[in-house]
Design a binder for this molecule. Structure first.
Ligand code: UT7
Length: 350
């Protein structure tokens, strides 16, 4: 059976740097709190009008495609992961197809938030292995800054997220030593509402009335999925119970990495580079300690870009590759955890 390999990787981050001190102009927060709790020093924000989730994805894709030694015309399938699409529908995949003037190929959108990229990679891997496609473009891109609550009310969420995009091109290979070795996907929806953006949505309070998280106007919710009161009560912004998410994350991250290692009869010491989803520097440090990894074995760049959700792994992978930290023959582990909850890992030999 064929295997798949990453033939090219690219990233794009907007020029606009937003420091922790910049955030203090809008909300009651401070550089010390943000750095101590998250490791973040600054993040990038997209141009409000000139850039979208799709346009950033296109920029990252162009680089990945060029590095794969092909053209946009050679791509035969698109997988686009994001939680902040340009439109409620259609998804960003078709917008990218249009913007890059690609052939009339399939475009699939993935909605698995922080795990979106690893889920997308896993889907692409299966399509390559079955021989269905030969050049799959996998993109993770987020324009969080457009939809965050920049008042003090939203500070526990808003200070974390940043904008950016990453992309890879997957191709078939006969070399079973230089390929994606395995991928591992999980979900548990028990806590779906503790890291979520409820509106606009069709729930009509069906699930939320079981929760105690938000004070929704039931009558209004039954009538429409967007209302004045939702805007007034800031219910169009993401919600996160950070400490609960944190506790589950530090359990699932190591578990899904160990699962990938065990599936391939490998030990953590064999990992050349762990590229974790950049959720929180403290989470990555906990995972590093738990698996007894050295600093050289873990890629962190949340300090510069914040948490870019589906884009964080391809951005970190691309940056590590550009720094020479991803070399031929290296064992690379990608791992993620986030809203849903969903968590996932991929182990690959570069
Ligand atoms: O990527 C997807 C998955 N997401 C994650 O993995 C995120 C996991 N969670 C986290 O990373 C952390 O929980 C946060 C960074 C979100 C929050 O850190 P924390 O150490 O868990 O803080 P907390 O939410 O328990 O809040 C502690 C205090 C509170 O004040 P009181 O109640 O102790 O007086 C908050 O109101 O910090 C306050 N606070 C802030 N203060 C200054 C919350 N946000 C801020 C802020 N600036 N931005």
């Amino acid at each position: 059976m064929k295997k798949s390999k990453i033939a090219g990787v690219g990233m794009y981050v907007p020029k606009n740097v937003f420091t922790n001190n910049d955030l203090t102009k809008y909300m009651d927060t401070n550089d010390e709190w943000i750095q101590e709790r998250t490791g973040i020093k600054e993040r990038r924000y997209a141009d409000r009008i000139g850039e979208t989730t799709t346009t950033m994805g296109v920029e990252a894709a162009k680089i990945a495609i060029e590095r794969a030694g092909i053209t946009a015309q050679d791509i035969d399938f698109i997988i686009f992961a994001t939680l902040c699409p340009d439109y409620y529908f259609p998804g960003c995949g078709v917008l990218l197809q249009r913007a890059m003037q690609m052939k009339e190929i399939g475009a699939l959108d993935i909605r698995n938030q922080c795990s979106g990229f690893v889920y997308a990679l896993s889907v692409a891997d299966q399509f390559i292995k079955t021989g269905m496609y030969k050049n799959i473009l996998v993109v993770g891109s987020e324009k969080h800054s457009f939809g965050l609550d920049f008042s003090t009310r939203g500070r526990n969420v808003s200070v974390i997220f940043g904008d950016g995009a990453g992309a890879v091109v997957l191709q078939p290979t006969e070399d079973s030593n230089r390929c994606i070795l395995s991928t591992h996907l999980h979900s548990n929806g028990t806590n779906a509402e503790i890291l979520a953006m409820y509106n606009p949505g069709t729930h009509a309070n069906h699930w939320l009335k079981e929760q105690t998280l938000a004070d929704f106007d039931e009558a209004e919710l039954g009538e429409t999925f967007m209302s004045h009161s939702m805007i007034e009560k800031a219910q169009l912004f993401p919600f996160m119970d950070g400490p609960t998410v944190f506790k589950v994350a530090i359990d699932k991250f190591p578990a899904v990495i160990i699962e990938a290692l065990e599936a391939n009869n490998l030990q953590a010491s064999a990992i050349s580079l762990l590229v974790p989803h950049q959720a929180n520097l403290r989470i990555s440090q906990f995972v590093q300690k738990k698996l007894n990894l050295t600093d050289n074995q873990v890629k962190n760049n949340i300090q510069k870009y914040g948490n870019t959700t589906a884009a964080s792994i391809p951005i970190a992978l691309c940056e590590a590759w550009e720094e020479g930290r991803v070399k031929e023959g290296d064992l690379i582990c990608l791992a993620s955890f986030g809203s849903g909850f969903t968590w996932a890992s991929a182990l690959l030999r570069w």
